[in-house]
Design a protein around this ligand. Structure first.
Ligand code: MTE
Ligand code: MO
Length: 404
């Protein structure tokens, strides 16, 4: 890849104006902001932007038809997945601590993060490991937020590559993992813990022109992070499940081992029973798998016979260089397939929106969707059940009724 090609994946540098007004706007109790966004009917009577699974902690996802309207997901239509109420942090006094296997432990203030390090903008898709859990639960029910297919969004993130921060701190020999710890307070018997997790040091340091391995970001789509999305800073790990993109990030620890945080050691693993041996043996989930979903029409849409437009998203496996190359649609339950078209270029670590037109007679039809990525990897027809309902990426099936 030439340098120019590589640069297409980066966005023009945009200076960020830290206005105290903007900061104050997001600095209130975010419980409040969340409830407002989710419940107050917009002035034109349009539908509320998010489907709320729980108010506290805030867990909500957009309706699928609204989700696929934009390749870059507006913040108000971006899913929220939190394990505790959003903490209220003071941007003036906030510090990020970098410690562990480093030569110079650092405490970095927000202003330093924005001005003393090189800030980059990167587009990456975030998706929850529990996305599509509702479908997974049809195999056999599982606990957890019953996500539809909307626990996913694509945003332009701005911040500092983790690699640059770690170079400033000086990584010591033996280091292999980078832990992230949030400032939230999750009630978990017998006490209170912070959400956390880790990524391999290799992933953090694998920075190319095209994409940093991980970023510490303070902006989402050109605005300061909202409190529900991690104000003032969070990690963003392109290609990894959302759980590794730790919100309200206050501590980075460089270590010779993975983080022992509950959300690394006893959750976000694929296991079939709540047994110590399984939790110990299973690897923590890193990258997200290939996936594709039909967003429009939905089961509830009223349709008439003739040409029906289908729209959806497809996500390549979260590994460097993988892109979505093909989406196939079937309107007869998976016997005959045709190709969907794409509305924007394919990028690694990003979803791709697609559309297709099918001709349907009156009656009931099962629409099936499957994607292929640039390494020839095809979305699986079925997936095995797991205790937490993670990583559901089977062919997406929707039964629709078409009237005369
Ligand atoms: N501190 C903290 N970070 C967190 C979480 C959390 O509960 N606390 N949830 C994680 C999970 S499971 C996901 S999927 C993403 C969701 O990010 P979003 O709410 O900005 O969409 O944040 C991750 N980071
Ligand atoms: Mo998640």
């Amino acid at each position: 890849m030439t340098h120019d090609e590589a640069n297409r994946y980066l966005l023009p540098r945009r200076e960020f104006l830290w206005r105290s007004g903007a900061a104050a706007g997001t600095f209130m109790s975010l419980g409040t902001a969340f409830s407002r966004a989710a419940h107050q009917a917009p002035p034109d009577g349009a539908q509320s932007p998010l489907i709320v699974h729980s108010e506290q902690p805030p867990n909500a996802e957009p309706r699928l038809d609204q989700l696929v309207r934009d390749w870059i997901t507006p913040v108000e239509r971006f899913y929220i997945r939190s394990h505790a109420p959003s903490p209220v942090l003071d941007p003036q006094t906030f510090e990020l601590s970098i410690e562990g296997l480093v030569r110079r432990p650092l405490k970095i203030k927000l202003a330093q993060l924005r001005h003393d390090f090189s800030n980059r903008s990167v587009i990456a898709t975030l998706t929850c490991a529990g996305n599509r859990r509702e479908e997974h639960s049809r195999i056999q029910p599982v606990a957890g937020v019953p996500w539809g297919a909307g626990a996913i969004g694509n945003a332009r993130w701005r911040g500092v590559p983790v690699a640059e921060l770690l170079r400033a701190a000086g990584v010591r020999e033996g280091a292999q993992h980078v832990w992230f710890e949030g400032a939230d307070q999750v009630q978990r018997e017998p006490g209170v813990i912070s959400f956390g997790g880790s990524i391999p040091l290799d992933k953090a340091m694998r920075t190319s022109d095209r994409m940093p391995g991980a970023l510490i970001v303070h902006q989402m789509n050109g605005q300061p992070l909202t409190a529900d999305h991690g104000f003032p800073i969070r990690s963003v790990v392109p290609g990894y499940i959302g759980a590794r993109s730790v919100k309200w990030l206050r501590r980075i620890v460089v270590s010779d081992r993975p983080s022992g945080n509950h959300y690394m050691a006893r959750a976000y693993k694929v296991v079939t029973a709540d047994a110590d041996a399984q939790w110990r043996q299973a690897e923590a989930i890193g990258t997200f798998p290939i996936n594709a979903v039909l967003a429009v029409p939905s089961r509830e849409s009223s349709l008439t016979a003739g040409r029906v437009e289908l729209q959806g998203y497809a996500l390549p496996r979260g590994e460097p260089g993988r892109t979505i190359t093909q989406v196939e649609v079937s309107s007869d339950g998976g016997n005959q397939w045709s190709h969907a078209g794409f509305t924007e270029p394919a990028r690694p670590f990003c979803w791709r929106l697609w559309s297709a037109t099918v001709n349907l007679p009156a009656g009931t039809h099962e629409i099936v969707i499957r994607a292929t990525d640039s390494s020839g990897h095809v979305q699986p027809q079925r997936v095995a059940w797991n205790l937490k309902g993670y990583l559901f990426n089977a062919w997406h099936r929707t039964t629709i009724s078409v009237g005369t």
